[in-house]
Write a protein that binds this ligand. Structure first.
Ligand code: SF4
Ligand code: SF4
Length: 79
């Protein structure tokens, strides 16, 4: 019951803070962290609510800089 189905990893130094991943995520997992500035001068995306991730990989597909990798958690069969 507890926990999401996966977790997105964001390469915050690659991210340009465009917000597309935040927009596309159906579960509002992601946010732009305006308390952080990366070495390129952007506020990078961050994981705000990891428990909600359904591992749909929409964020990874949408990111123009391929800054997101989604790890899908494996579950034992029969559930
Ligand atoms: S994999 Fe899907 S649910 Fe998880 S953060 Fe990305 S868009 Fe959101
Ligand atoms: S879509 Fe990619 S570049 Fe844009 S904010 Fe999300 S992680 Fe950063």
């Amino acid at each position: 019951m507890a926990g999401g189905k996966g977790i997105p990893y964001i390469a915050s130094e690659t991210c340009k803070g465009c917000g597309l991943c935040v927009f596309v995520c159906p579960e509002s997992v992601l946010c732009i962290d305006d308390t952080v500035v990366n070495s390129r001068g952007y506020h990078p995306a961050a994981v705000a609510d990891p428990e909600r991730c359904i591992a749909c990989i929409s964020c990874a597909l949408m990111c123009p800089d391929t800054a997101i990798t989604v790890e899908r958690f494996s579950r034992s069969k029969g559930g």
